[in-house]
Design a protein around this ligand. Structure first.
Ligand code: IPD
Ligand code: CA
Ligand code: CA
Length: 564
C-alpha cells in the first residue's frame, strides 16, 4: 500500500488506552480542523466492519503502548486499514511516534508523505484456534492448580515435516521479526531488524537443554508443534488464546495478509527505540527529529526529479484502488457516446492524483480529464488522465493505464509517467534525461520499412487506417490506451502509432516518454504534436520510432480523411 493514498483519507478510528485524554483532545481538534470524521474506541471495544464508511479512506490510530497498537493491528488489519501508533506507553517498539509529534505526523500522513510498511504476520491454527498475529505465539505449560506441581512441558517441533527435536522447559515462542523484541529477547533470542525481514523464529523459553538455540526459518515454513502435555497457546500476548491438549497438533506459518503500519518522519527509528529503551550499548539514543527528504541514493533531488518521483508515487497510489476495482465495476456512466465511459475508478484515481499533486505543488496548474482545469500561478501545469483505457477497464481487460505529465508554458512535456497497474510497469521520463520502463532504459526499434513493421492504432472512425495499413505492414493492433501505446512504441514493441483524435491528457506523458526514448510524435502533417491545457481541443497523432516516420506520413492518402 502506498502512503500517497492516505492523502485522501476522510475518516479516522482511534483505539485509545486509559489516561490518553490529552492526546485524544488534541486528536479531536486536529480532525475537526481538517474535516475528518473521528471515532474513539476503548481498548477491547469491538469495531464492526459497518462502522467504516470506506476502508480505503480510513486511517487507524492507536494511542497507548504496544498493547494498544496490537489491538489496532487485530481490529484494522483484516480490512486493510493502515495503522499509525502514538506511543504514550513507556516501552514501545511498534507505536513509535511520541504524543508531542502526533499533530505533525498526522499532517504528514494527510499530505500523502507517510509510508505504509507491510509487516509480516503469522497464522496459528489448531486447538480450535485460527488466529493471525503480528508479534508471536507463545506455547507454554498450563499453570498447575497447586504451585508446587510440575510447571514444565515437552513439545515436539517439526519444520516442513523435518523433526527439529523436543523442547523441555517453559515452552517456546514463535515470533515474527516485529515480535522479536519482547518475549524472544528476554529468552536470549536475537534482535531482528524488522524492515523487509520475512522470517519466523522459534525461541525456547527457559529450556532445560544446554545448547538449544533460537532457530530462524522462512516465513513460508510450516512449523508443527505437538505437545506431550496440555499447553496454553497465546497469540500476541493473549489477544487470541486456547488450551491445546496433549497430542493436539498446532500449526504455525506466515500469514497471507500483512499488517499495514504507517511510518512518518516523526517516528522513533527502530535502532533508536532499541538504544533508548533497552540500552543498545554500541549506540546511544540520538536525536529522533524529522529527517530531510532525500532521493533513494541519499542525494538531494532537483525539481524535475522530485516532480517525477511524486508523479510516480501518485500513479502507484492511484493504481491500487483502480486495480482493486478492476473486474468489479457495476456502474458505468456515459459521457459523449456509448464508448465514452467513466467509472468509479476514474474518479477515485483522479481524486488521489489531484490531492497528491496539489499538496506538493499548490501553485501549479492542473488539467485532468475528470476534474477539469485549475489554473496555476507558475509556468507549470500537470496534465493528467487518471484512467486511460476506461473501455478496456470496464470490460475487465487489463490494458489500461494512469498517465501523469508535467508540462511547461511552452507546452513542452518535462516529466512523463505512465503506469500500468496490471503488469506493474512504470514508464517514465524526464526531458533530456532518457526514458525508462521501471529502472531499465528503453529505446524504440530502428525499422524503416512498413512491410517489416507492426503498427498500433486508436479510434479509427471508418476503419480507413486499418484498410490502408493492414496489408502494407505486419499488422495493425488496436489495444485501447493511447498512453500505453506511446510507451510501447518508445520501448520497441511496436513501430508506429496513429490516432484519429486525441486529447492532451491521453498523450502528454507518453509524448515525453517517446521523445526521450528517441521516437517522434507529430500530427498528420508532420507538425510537432501540440499539448493544450483545455478540455476541448483534440489533435490527430502520428507517432513512431523516428526512422519510420516519413514513410508513415508519406503513406497517408491525399484525400484528407485525416482530420485537419
Ligand atoms: C481513450 C483511450 C483510447 C483512445 C481514445 C481515448 P479514455 O481514453 O486512450 O485508446 O483511442 O481516443 O479517449 O477515454 O479511456 O481515457
Ligand atoms: Ca484517455
Ligand atoms: Ca480517461
Amino acid at each position: 500500500m502506498h502512503g500517497r493514498r492516505l492523502a485522501t483519507l476522510n475518516e479516522a478510528i482511534c483505539i485509545a488506552s486509559d489516561e490518553s485524554e490529552s492526546a485524544i483532545d488534541r486528536l479531536e481538534s486536529w480532525t475537526t480542523t481538517h474535516g475528518i470524521d473521528l471515532t474513539i474506541k476503548d481498548v477491547g471495544e469491538q469495531i464492526h466492519e459497518s462502522e467504516f464508511q470506506n476502508a480505503r479512506e480510513t486511517l487507524g490510530i492507536s494511542i497507548g503502548g504496544d498493547g494498544t497498537f496490537l489491538e489496532g493491528v487485530r481490529s484494522f488489519g483484516p480490512n486493510r486499514i493502515p495503522l499509525l501508533g502514538i506511543n504514550t506507553g513507556t516501552l514501545a517498539f511498534l507505536a513509535r511516534t511520541g504524543p508531542r509529534d502526533m499533530d505533525a505526523a498526522l499532517t504528514e500522513v494527510l499530505r500523502g508523505r507517510a509510508t505504509v510498511h507491510d509487516r509480516q504476520q503469522l497464522q496459528a491454527t489448531g486447538a480450535g484456534l485460527d488466529a493471525t498475529g503480528v508479534n508471536d505465539v507463545a506455547i507454554q505449560p498450563v499453570p498447575p492448580e497447586t504451585p508446587v506441581d510440575r510447571k514444565i512441558c515437552r513439545l515436539h517441533v517439526f519444520v516442513d515435516n523435518e523433526y527439529i527435536g523436543e523442547y523441555d522447559g517453559s515452552g517456546i515462542a514463535i515470533n515474527t521479526p516485529t515480535g522479536s523484541t519482547g518475549l524472544a529477547l528476554s529468552a536470549n533470542g536475537p534482535v531482528h531488524f524488522p524492515n523487509d525481514n520475512l522470517t519466523l523464529q522459534i525461541t525456547p523459553l527457559n529450556t532445560h537443554t544446554m545448547g538449544v538455540r533460537p532457530l530462524i526459518v522462512s516465513q513460508d515454513a510450516e512449523i508443527t508443534v505437538v505437545p506431550e502435555n496440555d499447553v496454553r497457546v497465546s497469540v500476541d500476548g493473549g489477544r487470541h488464546h486456547a488450551i491445546a491438549e496433549q497430542e493436539e497438533v498446532l500449526q504455525i506459518t506466515g500469514a497471507d495478509r500483512p499488517a499495514y503500519i504507517v511510518r512518518t518522519r516523526y517516528d522513533n527509528g527502530f535502532m533508536s527505540a532499541l538504544a533508548g529503551k533497552l540500552g543498545w550499548e554500541i549506540r546511544t539514543a540520538e536525536d529522533t527529529g524529522p529527517r530531510e527528504y532525500l532521493s533513494d541514493d541519499g542525494d538531494p533531488e532537483d525539481f524535475l526529479a522530485v516532480a517525477s518521483r511524486i508523479a510516480r508515487e501518485a500513479a502507484v497510489s492511484a493504481g491500487e484502488p483502480v486495480k482493486e476495482l478492476h473486474g468489479q465495476i457495476e456502474q458505468v456512466e456515459y459521457k459523449s457516446d456509448k464508448a465514452d465511459m467513466v467509472t468509479e475508478a476514474d474518479y477515485r484515481s483522479d481524486q488521489i492524483i489531484e490531492t497528491v499533486i496539489t499538496n506538493e505543488f499548490p501553485n501549479h496548474g492542473f488539467c485532468s480529464e475528470e476534474s477539469g482545469v485549475t489554473e496555476g500561478t507558475t509556468e507549470y501545469t500537470w496534465v493528467v488522465d487518471p484512467l486511460d483505457g476506461t473501455g478496456n477497464f470496464a470490460h475487465g481487460n487489463p490494458n489500461y493505464s494512469i498517465s501523469i505529465s508535467l508540462v511547461d508554458d511552452e507546452a513542452r512535456p518535462l516529466v512523463g509517467v505512465v503506469h500500468s497497474p496490471e503488469t506493474d510497469e512504470m514508464f517514465h521520463a524526464i526531458r533530456d534525461r532518457g526514458a525508462y520502463r521501471n529502472d531499465t532504459p528503453i529505446a524504440p526499434t530502428d525499422r524503416d520499412r512498413l512491410d517489416e513493421s507492426m503498427l498500433l492504432s486508436g479510434y479509427d472512425p471508418d476503419g480507413r487506417f486499418l484498410r490502408e495499413f493492414y496489408h502494407a505492414t505486419q499488422g495493425v493492433r488496436r489495444l485501447g490506451s493511447a498512453a500505453l501505446n506511446l510507451c510501447y512504441v518508445a520501448a520497441g514493441s511496436a513501430d508506429a502509432l496513429w490516432e484519429y483524435d486525441t486529447c492532451s491528457w491521453d498523450v502528454a506523458a507518453g509524448l515525453c516518454i517517446l521523445r526521450e526514448a528517441g521516437g517522434r510524435a507529430t500530427d498528420q502533417t508532420g507538425q510537432e504534436y501540440a499539448v493544450e491545457f483545455d478540455t476541448e481541443t483534440r489533435h490527430p497523432l502520428a507517432a513512431s520510432n523516428g526512422t519510420l516516420h516519413e514513410t508513415l506520413l508519406d503513406h497517408f492518402p491525399e484525400d484528407g480523411f485525416w482530420p485537419q
